[in-house]
Each structure stands twice: as structure tokens, then as C-alpha cells.
Unconditional design. Structure first.
Length: 552
């Protein structure tokens, strides 16, 4: 009786038919062994109350949803062939639709499925109400078309298979694809902003570099070619400063000459730093005075012609300007070389004139012919240039300074080593007192040499010297400087392109955001409809589609 009272408390034994509500195995045990329930312990060990089957949820994985409904024979495997006819009828029915906000919303930006068709029919019941007969049928062709579509959908549950496929596609591809595109656009915008900042910095660097180079040359940079040409007038003063600086190396040059005199036995023909010694003693004179030992009576400097706008286009062109042909002195100057023939063809005896071909080098030729005082004392062409202005003598001057610098550095190392170890010495350094010098004095001499080298190797001076030797160098310098501005403009163009790309991707991202939101909402609705329809087929058991849109 205790067992029966417990069953009554559980609501499982209220009448004769309530016996069927018990689980099968419990009914079998109870009918065959009623005595075993008389003991409370036996009741606790044997009786288990099972949850009603309709309350057990059905869990279906989204990726296996379509296979699940087909394997349970809710849908046929041939549903794709049937859906083709349905899509054709839907496309035909869409062509004739009434003006209604609800229909417009349903047909905008979505794939029409069975559940949308049901909503369309509900709307048509309102718009086509005047065509309804007394038997409940509608005479409207629109209603008939959509009812036919629904009927075909419900045949063999084709709608369920299509809905499952749409859900699977949206969850696996459509929604992740749009999210990936949005993330890509965000990354593009981030990269574009970063590169824009780099472009701004690079453009400013190029312009700063241009400004720095123009400052080194001493020009403003507005019209590079004309400004560089105007600077040539400052060359003599700059060379004067170099010559003045070179005089400070007199003591170092004398020490070097004395040192060589001690170690070279036959020093009668010893030439030591010839150009440097000459500039120290005489200054930056003309090449004519250096060659002939006397200043010229008249100086005819070469005419420098620089085209400020258009550079020379061909190397073989002949300039017939004032500096090209001088019929008075038969001096023909070509772009590839200068030949001074003097008046050789006018002399009665060719042996009276001398032609020095040893000076032909680097497309330059300087020959001076003296005719018994008629043309004597006239410095022309390269001989009219100063020692530091003429590239050959200037290079010789640089060689002398480099030679003197190398000697002083080596001698300084030797003297410092000798000071540390008295045992290490050179026999020639002890042979004459003139070669014995303190390291501090050597350092001072070396500093004077380095100062002179720095003075003549200044970028401004070097560029102006090259411009004076070759007018075409102006074009190269101008192009080199303007290249920085061209690069800055190019970087600015890239920045503009990046900004436009950033704005385009931002607009595309803004367009995709509402699309993604709407797709997620429609997918959630579709998933709920599928769960509801499957639940109806299993006596309203709860159905959960796992891994669906809620997991995204």
C-alpha cells in the first residue's frame, strides 16, 4: 500500500487507465512482482521516474542539418530537381505584385523562400480581399500563383530542405564572408592611414634634403641653373681663401722637404710638393705665370656659356657663338676640345713655331704661340685660369696635400712610438736635428693640412669648379636637386591615392554593415522557422540547431 500511495502522490495511479502512463519496464516489474514494492528500500532501489519523451530536446548540428532531414525521410534526395520548377514560378509571380510596403520589404535584398511565400499570401489576403468568393476562394491570379508555389513547396517537404540549405550556406559562407570583407576593409584603412603618415614624412624629408643641398650651394633653389651660374663670380674669392689657408702649411712642407733631403742621397733633382710650394710662395696666380715665370701682359679668360633653360641635346653639335670661332686668332673651339693653332699657317718657316701636344687631355688643349712679342704675354684659354681654377693644377695641389698629410700621419705615429720606447728609433731620424720634432708640433702641422683640404673640398666650391669646367654640369646639378622635389611630388601623389582608397574602403565597409545586420536577422528568423517546423513533426519536442547563427 505504501507503493500505491507513492504512485498516487506522483500522479501516476489515479485510475485504471493511468497504469499505461508508467514506463514499460516499470509496468512489467510491477505486474509480475508486486510484492517487491512493499519494502521501502526495494522501492528506492528499483523505481526510476523517467522524463516524458516530448520534453527531451532534439539537438542538430548546423553542418549536418540537410543530411539529418533527408536521413529521417522528411525530404527526398531529389529535392533540387523540384526546387528548379518552384524558382521559375516564383520569378514569374514576382513580376506582378501589388504596391505594398510589406511586400517591398520582403523582396528587397533577400532570397525568397517558403516562409516568405507564406507572408506574401497573408499580405495578398488583404490586398486581394475583393476577389474572394463566398466559398473562400480567391479569383486573383496573384493569389493563385503564390498558392501554387506554396503547394509545390509543401510537396515532399521541399521547403524544409531548401531552408536547411540556405541556413547552412548563410552560416558557413555568407555571414563569415561579409565579416571577412569588413575586417579586410578595416585593415586596408588602417594600413592606408599608416602609409599616408609615412608619405607625409618622406615628402617632407625630400623637401628638407632639397633645402639642405641648396643651402650648401648657397642658393635659394627657385631657379637652380641661373643661381648656380651667378655663383661663379664668388669662385675667385673662395680660391683666395684656400690659398691663404695653404700658406699655413709652409712649415709642414719645409719639414717634409728637409726630411726627404736626409734620406735621399742624390737630391739635386728632388721635386717636393711643386704646386703646393708655388701657391705658398706666390699665391693663386694664373697658370701662365706658373709655366713661364712671369705674369701675362693681358688675360683673355675663356667665355663660359650656360643655357639656363634648355640643355645641349647633342654631343657633336658645334657652337658658332662668340666663343666658338675667332677668325682673328684662328682659335677654333669645339665642344669636344679646344685647339689653339696660333698662326702656324702664316709663318714662313714651320720650325719657328712650337706646338706642345703634351697638354692634350680630357678634351682640352692649351697651346700658346709667341710671335716675337706680337702675341707674347697674352694668357688665353686654360693658361688664363688660376692655379686652383684649372682642374689639372688643382688636382696636383690636392695630390700634394694628400702626400703631405700621409707623411705627417706616419711620422706622428713613429714619433709617438719612439717617445714610448726609446729603444725603437730610426737611424735617419737621429742623423740630423732638423728631423727631430715633438708630436705636438706634428699635430699642429697636420691640422693646418687638414684645414686646407677641408677648404678646397667644400661641396659648394667643388660644384662651382665643375660648373666652370663644364657648363653641362649645371644641368646635372639642377636635375639632381630637382629630383628630390619630383620625388616629393610623387610621394604626395601616392598619399592622395592612398587617401582615396581609404575613403572608398570606408564607404564599402559602411555599405556592408547594414547588409550584414539584415542577413543575420533573416538567418535567425529562418533558423527559428526551421526549428519550429521540425518540432511539429516530433510532437512539439524542443529542437535546437547548434552551431547556427547564434554562434557567429
Amino acid at each position: 500500500m505504501k507503493v500505491i500511495s507513492k504512485l498516487l502522490d506522483l500522479g501516476c495511479w489515479t485510475n485504471t487507465s493511468s497504469f499505461d502512463l508508467l514506463p514499460y519496464y516499470f509496468r512489467f516489474i510491477f505486474s509480475n512482482n508486486p510484492s517487491m514494492f512493499e519494502d521501502n528500500n526495494s522501492w528506492a532501489m528499483t523505481v526510476t521516474i523517467r522524463k516524458p519523451e516530448q520534453n527531451i530536446p532534439i539537438d542538430i548540428q548546423t553542418s549536418k542539418l540537410l543530411d539529418w532531414v533527408i536521413s529521417r525521410r522528411h525530404c527526398a534526395k531529389t529535392w533540387p530537381q523540384q526546387i528548379t520548377l518552384i524558382r521559375e514560378k516564383i520569378n514569374s509571380a514576382i513580376q506582378d505584385m501589388p504596391e505594398h510596403k510589406g511586400i517591398t520589404k520582403l523582396l528587397t535584398g533577400t532570397y525568397i523562400n517558403y516562409f516568405h511565400c507564406l507572408q506574401i499570401i497573408e499580405i495578398l489576403k488583404e490586398t486581394e480581399a475583393d476577389t474572394r468568393s463566398m466559398f473562400g476562394r480567391y479569383g486573383s491570379q496573384r493569389m493563385k500563383d503564390w498558392q501554387e508555389v506554396v503547394r509545390l513547396y509543401e510537396k515532399d517537404n521541399v521547403y524544409l530542405a531548401e531552408a536547411c540549405q540556405i541556413l547552412m550556406r548563410n552560416v558557413a559562407y555568407e555571414i563569415p564572408g561579409i565579416k571577412k570583407s569588413i575586417a579586410k576593409y578595416e585593415q586596408i584603412q588602417h594600413d592606408a592611414e599608416k602609409k599616408e603618415a609615412e608619405c607625409v614624412k618622406n615628402a617632407q624629408d625630400f623637401r628638407d634634403k632639397y633645402k639642405s643641398l641648396t643651402n650648401q650651394l648657397g642658393i635659394e633653389g627657385k631657379n637652380v641653373k641661373s643661381e648656380l651660374t651667378d655663383l661663379l663670380g664668388s669662385l675667385p674669392e673662395m680660391y683666395k681663401e684656400v690659398a691663404k689657408q695653404a700658406k699655413n702649411t709652409k712649415e709642414a712642407a719645409a719639414f717634409y722637404r728637409s726630411f726627404l733631403g736626409q734620406i735621399i742621397t742624390n737630391n739635386s733633382e728632388l721635386t717636393c710638393l711643386p704646386v703646393l710650394q708655388y701657391i705658398i710662395e706666390h699665391g693663386n696666380t694664373t697658370v701662365y705665370e706658373w709655366r713661364y715665370g712671369e705674369p701675362p701682359l693681358r688675360i683673355e679668360e675663356p667665355v663660359l656659356f650656360v643655357e639656363p633653360e634648355a640643355p645641349v641635346t647633342t654631343d657633336d653639335a658645334i657652337d658658332f657663338g662668340d666663343a666658338a670661332i675667332d677668325f682673328g686668332s684662328s682659335d677654333v673651339e669645339l665642344e669636344t676640345g679646344d685647339i689653339d693653332w696660333g698662326q702656324i699657317d702664316m709663318l714662313p718657316d714651320a720650325h719657328e713655331a712650337t706646338i706642345d701636344f703634351s697638354t692634350i687631355e680630357d678634351a682640352e688643349l692649351g697651346i700658346v704661340v709667341q710671335e716675337a712679342g706680337v702675341e707674347g704675354g697674352v694668357a688665353k684659354d686654360n693658361e688664363a685660369l688660376t692655379m686652383l681654377d684649372y682642374h689639372k693644377t688643382r688636382n696636383m695641389f690636392l695630390d700634394d696635400l694628400a702626400e703631405l698629410e700621409a707623411f705627417l700621419r706616419q711620422r706622428l705615429i713613429e714619433v709617438q712610438a719612439t717617445a714610448k720606447e726609446s729603444k725603437m728609433g730610426f737611424s735617419f731620424s737621429q742623423s740630423h736635428s732638423s728631423t727631430e720634432i715633438a708630436p705636438q708640433e706634428l699635430e699642429v702641422m697636420l691640422s693646418h693640412v687638414l684645414s686646407t683640404l677641408d677648404a678646397i673640398n667644400r661641396p659648394k666650391l667643388k660644384n662651382l669648379a665643375l660648373i666652370r669646367e663644364s657648363p653641362r654640369y649645371v644641368d646635372r646639378v639642377a636635375n639632381s636637386l630637382q629630383q628630390h622635389l619630383r620625388l616629393a611630388d610623387k610621394v604626395d601623389g601616392n598619399r592622395t591615392t592612398l587617401a582615396e582608397r581609404r575613403r572608398t574602403t570606408a564607404a564599402e565597409q559602411a555599405r556592408l554593415q547594414p547588409t550584414l545586420k539584415k542577413l543575420i536577422e533573416r538567418t535567425k528568423e529562418l533558423q527559428a522557422d526551421i526549428e519550429k517546423n521540425i518540432s511539429k513533426k516530433y510532437n512539439n519536442r524542443p529542437v535546437h540547431i547548434t552551431g547556427g547563427v547564434t554562434s557567429l
